[in-house]
Design a protein around this ligand. Structure first.
Ligand SMILES: [Zn+2]
Length: 358
């Protein structure tokens, strides 16, 4: 009897694998698939894959308004993240407003309800562990839907230069960025090279934190927080730690050289348009096909971060209402469970180094 039961389990898992294969072979750009899902999958939160090649199971939304934050661009529906990301933003908003003279966060994009590639914008933000915070202090009033939608992109750079404008930059800007970098579970903070230079030149606090503040294109009207994979998470690929030094010397000088305006040389031959490349489900961890296919939570409100600010309490309350997505968990835990030992090698996401793309 026991062996018949076991056979049934094996058969069931094989059938589901075949169905996944069919989904994974879908040539549709993954950004179309993930960009059209409006609610997260039921079950426990898991960040799957890499920041620029992955997805998010059991996403949690940051509420549109908090005691010290407001979310922008509500139509994008990108206020979803790993619960640890949402908890971090709540903490940053609370501590920055209490201690740094920063009145509250304007929260930009985090991730889509199930993460994954997006139809517009970012290469990363795919696993609920990246978030954009605007470099404009939160106004002392509730913004309207339209104000959030069309919020001005106020650069902190002096117009036409690569340097911070002293009339726009404040110590509170510096404290906000460095506080974000100070959290041990923050992997990197991305800013424009001009902002990095300003911090290199002026930061009086713990200079060892400057190594986490990485220069990158753009990022002069918002900055970007990237968290490490949550402790104990399986299927989430960390980025290699940044180099240990401050990064204020040669690497920063190279950035300024790279961004220096140069005369544009006229191409001799007409440039052939390159075929756009995009990710399909096949390029993402196998579990992402399951995440995409999984049942939704009944409403966005049900998956919002608890206003108590206690992720553990919130997650527990949530778990009671919504059963775990067993198939995702099973695939992720494939190496640990007997039944899934039947999954052929190569079906389990294998960590690979990827280029840095915030
Ligand atoms: Zn970003």
């Amino acid at each position: 009897m026991r062996s018949i039961f076991r056979f049934a389990i094996i058969l069931a898992s094989l059938v589901s694998i075949t169905a996944q294969d069919a989904v994974a072979a879908d040539p549709t750009p993954a950004k179309k698939l993930f960009g059209s899902v409006t609610l997260p999958s039921k079950g426990n939160a898991q960040s799957l894959g890499f920041y620029a090649k992955g997805c998010l199971a059991g996403g949690i939304a940051i509420p549109v308004d908090g005691p010290a934050w407001q979310v922008l661009h509500l139509s994008r529906n990108r206020r979803w993240g790993n619960p640890e990301m949402i908890a971090l933003l709540e903490r940053l908003s609370r501590e920055a407003s209490a201690k740094d003279g920063w009145p509250g966060l304007l929260v930009g994009d985090i991730s889509q309800p199930r993460g994954g590639p997006m139809l517009s914008g970012h290469a990363s933000h795919q696993i609920g562990l990246d978030a954009d915070i605007w470099l404009t202090p939160m106004p002392d009033r509730k913004l309207s839907y339209d104000e959030r939608e069309f919020f001005p992109e106020n650069s902190v750079l002096r117009k036409g230069t690569l340097y911070v404008d002293p009339n726009k930059w404040t110590k509170a800007h510096a404290r906000l960025i460095m506080r974000a970098a100070s959290y041990p579970n923050v992997e990197r903070v991305f800013v424009h090279p001009g902002i990095k230079k300003k911090l290199c030149d002026t930061w009086q606090g713990d200079r060892s934190l400057l190594s986490k503040v990485r220069p990158i294109y753009g990022h002069h009207y918002h900055f970007h927080i990237r968290m490490k994979c949550p402790a104990g998470s399986v299927g989430c690929e960390d980025q290699v730690d940044p180099p240990n030094d401050s990064g204020c010397g040669k690497p920063l000088a190279e950035w300024f050289d790279k961004l220096r305006p140069r005369p544009v040389a006229k191409p001799k031959k007409p440039v052939k348009p390159t075929k756009p490349t995009y990710l399909t489900l096949n390029n993402l961890p196998k579990a992402c096909a399951v995440v995409l296919d999984a049942k939704s939570v009944p409403s966005a409100q049900m998956a919002e971060f608890g206003r108590s600010g206690d992720v553990a309490v919130n997650a527990a309350a949530f778990a009671g209402d919504v059963p775990a997505t067993k198939s995702v968990d099973a695939i992720i835990a494939a190496t640990e469970t007997e039944d899934m030992s039947l999954v052929p090698q190569g079906r389990i996401p294998i960590p690979l180094p990827r280029p840095l793309q915030p």
